[in-house]
Design a protein. Structure first.
Length: 161
């Protein structure tokens, strides 16, 4: 980022020098003097600050390249984690004794939909608090536990019985 700081400093110094010349040589003052100084210093800087501008662009490119590399590394770690999780689920595919094979398995990161009354509601609220949500809020608006009132103003289809 040093190259960007050097280029910015040189660009500002060139603008100040041209503005000073415009103030001393011409009768222009105020916004007109600033506009002329910007235009003239831009043309001069295009040719004079070429090397400095190139080093600044390389510095900026390196920063974004590091960010891109970090994103790719995190994607690879996430993919490996998901693959390990799926492989673990596949090897533990047999249902333990006493459970049916058709029972839904909980999905990590999503609250379970329970319909066992007050105890199920308390468990769902505890799970949502652990997940960083406030008590009473649900991750998905279409999940309703037994005993919860249905909000008729909520978007979606509700059967009116």
């Amino acid at each position: 980022m040093r190259g960007l700081a050097v280029y910015t400093g040189l660009r500002l110094a060139l603008l100040a020098a041209v503005w000073l010349v415009v103030q001393l040589v011409t009768p222009w003052r105020g916004l007109l003097a600033i506009a002329v100084a910007l235009a003239v210093s831009g043309v001069i800087g295009f040719f004079v600050l070429d090397r400095s501008r190139d080093s600044a662009s390389v510095a900026v490119w390196r920063v974004f390249r590091r960010i891109d590399d970090r994103i790719k590394r995190n994607e690879m770690l996430e993919d490996a984690f998901v693959e390990r999780s799926q492989a673990h689920d596949a090897t533990a595919g047999g249902a333990p004794s006493g459970e049916t094979a058709s029972a839904p398995r909980p999905v990590p990161g999503q609250p379970e939909v329970l319909s066992t009354g007050r105890q199920g509601q308390a468990d769902a609220q505890e799970h949502s608090v652990d997940a960083g949500e406030h008590t009473g809020e649900r991750q998905h608006g279409d999940e309703v536990a037994t005993g919860d009132p249905i909000d008729d103003n909520e978007p979606g289809t509700h059967s009116q019985g």
